[in-house]
Design a protein around this ligand. Structure first.
Ligand code: FMN
Length: 403
């Protein structure tokens, strides 16, 4: 009898506590859903930070400033937008902004140099569309290790002379080019003529292109990508230098107008909304999620992996050329309805091992895959057909990029 009473009381207690917990759960999830709807977390973030993708058309600036309007839409590492422009009547000087340096993620500012090359390519395409030919004069020399400091470094001067206007498809594609980190369509491979067009473009820029679709070589590059990603995730300094740039709320996006966002991370719609509602994971957890996505989504669904190699990995001029080349390749892909996604982990790992004076296993692996000792890889990417449209990333306004 005593036992029966005890059991009854326990059952009652359990029942009422379940009711309370259930109630809280419903209230909390109801509140979260309400917040998600109220703050429109189901659609990608929008607002002033994304305006530059439209304003080149709605509010075009006069020449040559209009070339800067297009330059700032270029691809660039971690969306740091490391450029500054000094505009003259018939030329523009391009500078690197040292504060927008990725630190241990890019210790030699190699990726920064590539990003500046991407911007310069957009400038020349825009100049041509407005009836001007461009001559690009590049500051020569070798990239050296740099800490993150204040200051600027001149990179190049683009001079303009009157020519014949050409509204090319690449120019038209500038505002439609976005890095696509979503899964790609696994049923489609890259047409041969596209790969041929890429190879021709690389040759014209004196670069080597290696494309890996199937077989042992593809397995080998996938293995290196995963190893490099794991090495980065285990490197606390790299994780922190990358996390500094992540923008996970609308407020952060509108304030900074730079950095990678949740909308551009290639998450499924449901995970994206949950990621926006819940507090950010720790930097390490966030990078572990990225490593899983690298293996299970980015590599698993890529129709092809590409490596771009040059003669000297730390040449300023050659990396600037690779930037110009990458921007063109991505624009060509955009015109053809293909998706592109730089995956530079293997080369970031090469830089990091060099900086730390470690045996450079990443460099050895890359040289086996891409031309041996005569070539040095500086850029890695995946390509394929999209499953969902890629979204734009935020941009600072033109006036913040002017000296
Ligand atoms: C040199 C360079 C390296 C990059 N490396 C990576 C990378 O490793 N992983 C990645 O997801 N995106 C990478 N990107 C893509 C940039 O993050 C992207 O261009 C930037 O966030 C701006 O977005 P958008 O290309 O959609 O305009 C790289 C871009 C450049 C130019």
């Amino acid at each position: 009898m005593e036992n029966q009473t005890k059991n009854l009381t326990r059952r009652k207690l359990l029942k009422s506590s379940l009711k309370v917990t259930g109630g809280i759960a419903v209230a909390v999830s109801g509140g979260l859903v309400y917040r998600a709807v109220e703050e429109d977390m189901f659609s990608p973030f929008d607002g002033p930070a994304y305006q530059p993708w439209k304003s080149w058309k709605t509010d075009p600036l006069s020449f040559p400033l209009v070339t800067v309007q297009m330059a700032i839409l270029a691809a660039n590492p971690h969306n740091t937008q490391p450029w500054l422009f000094k505009v003259h009547q018939d030329s523009i000087e391009i500078f690197a902004d040292r504060r927008r340096h990725l630190g241990s993620f890019d210790p030699f500012r190699r990726e920064m140099q590539i990003g500046l090359g991407c911007a310069i390519e957009n400038m020349t395409l825009a100049a041509k569309a407005h009836g001007y030919d461009s001559q690009v004069e590049v500051i020569q020399g070798a990239l050296a290790e740099h800490p993150i400091t204040e200051g600027i470094d001149k990179i190049a001067t683009v001079s303009f002379t009157q020519g014949i206007a050409e509204n090319t498809s690449l120019y038209q594609a500038i505002a439609h080019r976005h890095t696509d980190r979503n899964p790609y369509d696994v049923t489609k491979s890259i047409p041969d003529d596209m790969i041929q067009a890429f190879a021709t473009e690389c040759q014209a820029h004196a670069c080597r292109l290696d494309i890996f679709e199937h077989g042992k070589a593809r397995q080998s590059i996938d293995l290196l990508m995963n190893k490099a990603t794991q090495a980065i995730v285990q490197d606390e300094e790299m994780v922190m230098d990358s996390t500094r740039w992540l923008r996970t709320t609308d407020k952060a996006i509108q304030t900074h107008r730079d950095g990678p966002t949740l909308d551009g991370a290639g998450l499924s719609p449901m995970i994206r909304v949950l990621a926006k509602i819940f507090p950010d994971p720790t930097p390490l957890e966030g990078h572990r999620i990225w490593a899983t996505a690298t293996k299970e989504s980015h590599l698993a669904t890529a129709a092809a992996i590409g490596l771009i190699s040059i003669r000297h990995r730390y040449s300023k001029a050659e990396n600037l050329t690779v930037g110009r080349l990458w921007q063109r390749l991505h624009l060509m892909a955009t015109v053809a309805g293909l998706s592109m996604h730089p995956m530079n982990q293997p080369v970031e790992w090469v830089d990091r091992q060099k900086q730390l004076g470690q045996a450079n296993s990443a460099e050895q692996h890359l040289s086996l895959l891409a031309g041996g000792a005569a070539w040095q890889t500086t850029f890695a990417f995946r390509m394929g057909y999209p499953t969902v449209p890629a979204v734009p990333s935020p941009r600072k306004p033109v006036k913040e990029s002017l000296i």
